[in-house]
Design a protein. Sequence first.
Length: 79
Amino acid sequence: MFIDEHRDEDVVEPICRVLQVAPSTYYVRRSRPPSARSIRDAGLRPVIRQIHSKLRRLRCPENPRGAAQAGHSGGAVHR
């Protein structure tokens, strides 16, 4: 989270003001466990990075067969 990454440099409240987020919202969000969606998204990141890396090596990203050539099984990765 952006605020967590920069809270050592500044106090939370000014960062929240610039981002137009109430500080109370930030603190509530920090105390909540991760959502099912964020857990699923985190699990997809390595898969997406691997596919992207393979597609870049094919040097043909506009090729519609590129994903199949990269070994992607066609599982849903959209929201």
